[in-house]
Write a protein that binds this ligand. Structure first.
Ligand SMILES: NC(=O)c1ccc[n+]([C@@H]2O[C@H](COP(=O)([O-])OP(=O)(O)OC[C@H]3O[C@@H](n4cnc5c(N)ncnc54)[C@H](OP(=O)(O)O)[C@@H]3O)[C@@H](O)[C@H]2O)c1
Length: 272
């Protein structure tokens, strides 16, 4: 299969690229840090003898979905797997976020993901071969995450949107899944401005483990993929408990496991 993965220069996206390559699939890997993508592609080619291509692209740019689609079709002709993995958010009070932060979170987590589905699904339906779309959400799509109001909102969008796409395309060759991680040992917490206490890190999954758990579930076309028992528990909290109880529990967990630091995301270039 020919696979497109966004946010593949680090964390879960990188681990998914490795897992797909290990199973013999060619990949187009996308993110902003080109040197990392080039090194990843070289590594995947050397280790697994698969074709892997880098594409340096900021997915928050207005024409990004079109640029990515054209490059994917140029490289592969037919694309069989799209993984919308890139996502971000500072861990801050709502009013600490700048307007530019808001635009960036929404553009990446919602707009780019939606446009890429809109571009690739008709292409997959047209070529007719077994295909998969995977949108990476979060346990935050089920359980409320304190100091992540906008982020949690975007991940609710990813969950609901993906459920509906799964339903809409169930009679076609395209299977649509959402992968909902939570607490993964990637760059995400530090970039967001979270210092995770050592005891809490012990309960977190590695991105490699997430990818390993997700791979067979993606190929089965599972609608919602929740890797790991701790994350399943957090999802149950969000599903079963009324909001006032769920937010109390999640706030307590965050208070015990995370300290707030300064986000180290590339700061927004634009009006604050
Ligand atoms: N880690 C967790 O605990 C956790 C929990 C729940 C959900 N998730 C979700 O899982 C997904 C992956 O997270 P992760 O933990 O692997 O994060 P990560 O280590 O921070 O990686 C994020 C990836 O997204 C790319 N990216 C960020 N902004 C981009 C932009 N504007 N254009 C293109 N690429 C961009 C980054 O590459 P460049 O900087 O090179 O562009 C990087 O490859 C996200 O959707 C996140 O919300 C993570």
């Amino acid at each position: 299969m020919k696979v497109v993965i966004t946010g593949a220069s680090a964390g879960i996206g990188r681990a998914l690229a490795e897992t797909f390559a290990r199973h013999g699939h060619a990949a187009l890997v996308v993110a902003r840090r080109e040197a990392r993508l080039v090194a990843l592609c070289r590594d995947l080619g050397d280790r697994y003898r698969v074709a892997a291509y880098p594409l340096a692209l900021d997915l928050t740019h207005a024409d990004a979905a079109e640029v990515l689609f054209q490059e994917a079709v140029r490289r592969f002709d037919k694309v069989h797997v799209l993984i919308n993995n890139a996502g971000m958010s500072p861990y801050q009070d709502f009013c600490e976020l700048s307007s530019c932060d808001l635009r960036q979170i929404l553009a990446l987590n919602v707009q780019a993901l939606t446009e890429l589905c809109h571009r690739f699904i008709p292409h997959m339906v047209d070529h007719g071969e077994p295909s998969h779309v995977v949108n990476v959400g979060s346990v935050g799509g089920y359980a409320p995450l304190p100091y992540f109001s906008v982020y949690t909102g975007t991940k609710h969008y990813v969950r609901v949107f993906t459920n509906l796409l799964h339903h809409e395309y169930r009679g076609t060759n395209v299977r649509v899944s959402a992968l909902h991680p939570g607490g993964v040992l990637t760059e995400f917490p530090e970039l967001a401005g979270q210092r995770v206490r050592p005891w809490a890190q012990r309960g977190m999954l590695t991105p490699e483990r997430v990818a390993e758990l997700a791979y067979p579930a993606i190929l089965r076309g599972q609608r919602a993929i929740i890797p790991g028992s701790t994350n399943k528990l957090a999802v149950t909290v969000g599903k079963v408990l009324p909001f006032p109880w769920a937010i109390r529990i999640m706030t307590l967990i965050y208070r015990l496991s995370v300290t707030k630091t300064d986000p180290t995301y590339r700061r927004c270039q634009g009006p604050s």
